[in-house]
Design a protein around this ligand. Structure first.
Ligand SMILES: [Zn+2]
Length: 468
């Protein structure tokens, strides 16, 4: 059992002894000792400690919530039709019955003791090479308007220090993450402007490859990994102080980024591959690299990522297993929470919506015999202090690089064109930037196309062979 139970038991017994009166001085001394032990951990001053009390002494920061995408999908971002301050559990649009991926509203966030939330600006991979930048900007806009609509409850936060002060004032520190490298359309200029708009992480890919990094489904073959331009993107993010998020990238890209990044990385919403061998999860060797890198894996609750056993439903215990697995492998200072509410349609029994986080912390504290004991400090770290440490370190790296100029690299236009061809697009058809003047279709494509049907196959083959 966790250590606090013994401390509290001593305190409780001692207080009774006082009433007996015979050894009052000794008893008082014991009480003082008990309290001084308790000072190392404020929760120990109560004899009803539960793990979720850690959420009153440290902010719970969730790495990934897709409510903004639901606002787009259900309301085309018309916030006038959205009542965030109501409990929406039984709402005709947002309720559990009407919407299988809706889990979030302010009352339930408050019940869930959420102190910080990364709201995600996401647009689907089908927008890549098309209107991904415009759609991402719309999502950043709707996040900011949502925050502005609820000033008593939400505050936009763009640096590590403000998370805890915002949470201390009773508001949810609201951060912006951009999910998917396709959102920056292979342009460092767009990346920098996302940062200026307040985005503090970029997930390098979603489920589609970008021209410079493979997405997680590419774990098999062929793999292209991280290109030279992809490396430059990582270094520019290091320079800016923007978190590099490796959820969704291929396992090889995880390894390649960890080999070259100058700052700690995050996984905003991923779980442990050894427990559930879904390619979205993090393999052991990468976990070890995250420890070396002093980064963090924020555990995803999605049923399909925490339980690979189709014969039963996922439960809160599966999430506990993933958290404990990562903790046992690389330590309690490298694990966090990135539930993925509103981004998926199936959450484990016991973690049905954003009101349930306290139950998870209570459950971790009440560990089974074969599970690690969680102290209040461990639980505070898991809740949010680990993320704040990582974010602070990323800011420090940025400060140390302050004398460096922004990278001015333009992606190799042949690489970009080949990637577009691989998507069966006519390379450069929708682009007017001057670098496209230098683009040459591959000779294979030009010389062998005879019919539309053949061209698709030929172009794909030539495009793939030209990539690394
Ligand atoms: Zn995701």
């Amino acid at each position: 059992m966790p250590e606090y139970v013994n401390v509290l038991g001593l305190f409780h017994t001692t207080r009774k002894t006082l009433y007996v009166g015979g050894a009052a001085i000794v008893a008082i001394l014991i009480v003082i000792i008990g309290l001084s032990v308790g000072l190392s951990n404020s929760s120990a001053t109560s004899d009803t400690y539960s793990g979720s009390q850690a959420l009153t002494t440290a902010p719970l920061i969730d790495g990934h919530n897709d409510l903004p995408y639901n606002l787009y999908a259900l309301l085309n971002n018309k916030l006038s039709e959205f009542n965030f301050s109501a409990n929406l559990e039984n709402d005709s649009v947002w309720g559990t019955t009407a919407c299988s991926s809706c889990f979030t509203d302010l009352p339930r966030l408050q019940t869930g003791k959420v102190g910080g939330q990364f709201w995600v600006a996401y647009t689907s991979c089908s927008s890549q090479y098309k209107d991904s930048v415009q759609l991402t900007l719309r999502q950043i806009d709707v996040i900011k308007r949502l925050i502005n609509n609820y000033p008593e409850n939400l505050t936009l936060v763009t640096n590590a220090a403000d998370i805890e002060t915002t949470w201390s004032s009773g508001k949810i520190a609201s951060l912006i993450g951009v999910e998917g490298g396709h959102s920056m359309d292979s342009s460092l200029a767009i990346l920098r402007l996302y940062y200026e708009l307040g985005a503090r992480y970029l997930t390098l890919t979603h489920s589609c490859n970008t021209p410079w990094a493979d997405a997680s489904p590419a774990t098999g073959s062929p793999v292209y990994n991280l290109t030279e331009f992809g490396q430059t993107i990582v270094w520019e993010m290091n320079r800016l102080g923007m978190m590099v998020d490796l959820s969704h990238v291929s396992h090889n890209v995880m390894r390649e980024v960890l080999a070259i990044t100058k700052a700690p990385v995050i996984f905003s919403h991923s779980s442990a591959y050894t427990l559930c061998d879904h390619y979205r999860n993090v393999p052991d060797d990468v976990l070890d690299l995250v420890k070396e890198n002093d980064g963090i894996v924020m555990v995803n609750f999605y049923s399909g990522f925490v339980n690979c056993n189709d014969s039963r439903n996922a439960t809160i215990d599966d999430v506990v297993d993933h958290i404990n697995y990562i903790r046992n492998r690389i330590g309690a200072t490298h694990v966090g929470i990135g539930a993925d509410y509103d981004g998926v349609s199936s959450m484990p029994t016991g973690l049905e919506d954003v009101s349930k986080y306290p139950d998870l912390f209570d459950r971790l504290y009440n560990n089974l015999d074969d599970e690690p004991s969680w102290t209040n400090e461990d639980l505070e770290n898991l809740a949010g202090r680990n993320l704040i440490r990582v974010f602070t370190a990323i800011e420090e790296v940025s400060t140390s690089l302050a004398s460096e100029s922004p990278y001015e690299d333009i992606i190799d236009i042949q690489e970009l064109g080949n990637a577009q061809e691989a998507e069966n697009l006519t390379a450069g058809a929708c682009q007017t930037a001057i670098e496209w003047n230098d683009y040459e279709q591959s000779t294979t494509t030009v010389t062998t196309i005879t019919t539309d049907a053949e061209s698709t196959t030929t172009v794909n083959a030539s495009a793939v062979s030209a990539r690394r």
